[in-house]
Design a binder for this molecule. Structure first.
Ligand SMILES: [Ca+2]
Ligand SMILES: [Ca+2]
Length: 311
């Protein structure tokens, strides 16, 4: 799509370099996402320094738990559709120290976890998409709490929780967006107009998905009505984070980047040179965008301010 930048964006583009990927890398790592069901603030405190952490196993998703102030990283470990019970969730500190690589571990007899992908926090519960089941764990202890099977699901990919507590999950394989009514999944939207939804996030205006076959849509949480949103060109969009200025962050495998799409359709690059960047998160406390990759690195980079400046 054309990238007509309003003056403030052009100014930003000239005045500050997108967070370039310097090749460093601690021996450990991770980053966080975000658990707030509302759109994320784009202002706030100065952004924290970048972190780059390695040592994961097909790290697909990251979330910031703001209560504990820790980053949770979902590791598929192996085949994204393989029911091998070897997936795990890591806990990482905001300064990039891996506190516990296998905090929730499929290898644990009490835990079933095959290929964890998107996660969402609700109260004391951590929800995790795992192929055809949404699994619930204790947010503080990691203990398994509940399983919510999704009959017919092929590739559950991302989970989000609305302000009213409703849990949503995408199925990229079958092309379905589900809404849970209690523990029962109900189809909210499906079909060609939806595309193959990957990332999902929720704000007070409804549900937003980005599609693996390209495009972004807003979905009415009650009726399932679909409205196209501005989106980057190309296909293979993965994670999405809604921001409170009407823009959103999205990871694009085609662009090998994390992009910010403004309400007017203008697209900025937040982080370039990240092949296979998956389900991104945000640490609003530090104004840090969290980017996990299938290359097993977690990047944490500053979120540019809405006015175009970085700091
Ligand atoms: Ca696995
Ligand atoms: Ca994903």
């Amino acid at each position: 799509m054309p990238h007509e930048h309003p003056p403030r964006l052009a100014r930003w583009a000239r005045g500050s370099r997108p967070a370039a990927l310097t090749v460093l890398f601690l021996a450990v790592g991770c980053s966080g996402g975000d658990a707030d069901p509302e759109a994320h603030a784009t202002e706030g405190p100065p952004a924290s320094p970048e972190i780059h952490v390695s040592g994961f196993a097909a790290s697909e998703a990251v979330r910031h738990d703001p209560e504990v102030d820790v980053y949770l990283v979902a590791n598929i470990s192996g085949d994204p559709t393989g029911k091998d019970d070897d997936g795990f969730i890591s806990r990482v500190s905001p300064d990039g120290e891996v506190l516990e690589l296998r905090w929730i571990d499929g290898a644990d007899e009490a835990v079933t976890l095959h290929a964890p992908k998107g996660m969402a926090l609700k109260g004391d519960t951590l929800f995790v998409a795992d192929i055809d089941v949404v699994r619930a764990f204790d947010r503080h202890t990691g203990a398994p709490l509940q399983e919510r099977p999704v009959p017919g699901a092929e590739f559950l990919n991302d989970v989000a929780v609305g302000g009213d507590g409703t849990v949503y999950v995408t199925d990229t394989g079958a092309g379905v967006l589900y809404r849970f009514e209690g523990t029962e999944p109900v189809v909210l939207a499906a079909g060609e107009a939806l595309g193959r939804p990957n990332g999902v996030d929720v704000d007070e205006h409804g549900v937003v998905i980005v599609a693996w076959d390209g495009g972004a849509r807003r979905v009415d949480p009650e009726t399932g009505a679909i409205t196209p949103l501005p989106a980057p060109d190309g296909e293979r969009l993965d994670g999405v984070v809604l921001l409170d200025d009407g823009s959103y962050l999205v990871s694009s495998w085609d662009h090998e980047a994390v992009l910010r799409v403004h309400a007017d359709g203008a697209v900025d690059t937040v982080l370039a040179g990240v092949p296979r960047a998956a389900d991104i998160g945000l640490d609003p406390t530090r104004r840090r965008v969290l980017v996990p990759t299938f290359d097993n690195v977690l990047h944490g980079v500053p979120l540019p301010r809405s006015d175009g400046g970085q700091e």
